[in-house]
Ligand binder design. Structure first.
Ligand code: TYC
Length: 123
């Protein structure tokens, strides 16, 4: 006998973008159950740097290298993008990682008395 637990659509329809698992277990003589556990992928957030007229370019490049693991060349490109366009993406992270990066950058900028602004936005 096959016992299906949960919504029939959840069990047989695969949307493709979720991380789905099917657990086949025998729960008694001649009785098996098929349980599909759905796990949702976490939402992602862009961490953004904003331009200003006072923060030194070298300071922004240093932040991109140290906090966002960018190469020198990548960091310079992102810094120049922000300088010319007003805003740019430093990286994409889960909520808590993005929030931590924003806090670290804002604290570091304040400690060095630069007005640099860093924020996050849902993808
Ligand atoms: N516009 C700044 C300058 O001319 C450089 C800068 C770049 C500042 C990026 C902030 O997020 C920033 N010194």
């Amino acid at each position: 006998m096959l016992i299906l637990r949960g919504n029939i659509n959840d069990i047989f329809c695969n949307s493709g973008d979720d991380d789905d698992r099917i657990d086949n277990g025998v729960i008694g003589p001649g009785v098996s159950e098929k349980v599909k556990e759905k796990t949702k992928k976490p939402s992602l957030y862009k961490v953004l740097l904003l331009n200003d007229d006072y923060t030194p370019m070298e300071f922004v490049v240093y932040i991109l290298e140290q906090f966002f693991n960018k190469s020198r060349q990548e960091a310079e490109n992102i810094m120049l993008h922000v300088h010319h366009r007003g805003v740019g993406v430093c990286g994409v992270f889960t909520y808590e990682v993005a929030e931590t990066k924003v806090t670290q950058v804002m604290l570091f900028a304040q400690e060095h008395q630069h007005p640099l602004q860093c924020t996050m936005e849902k993808e």
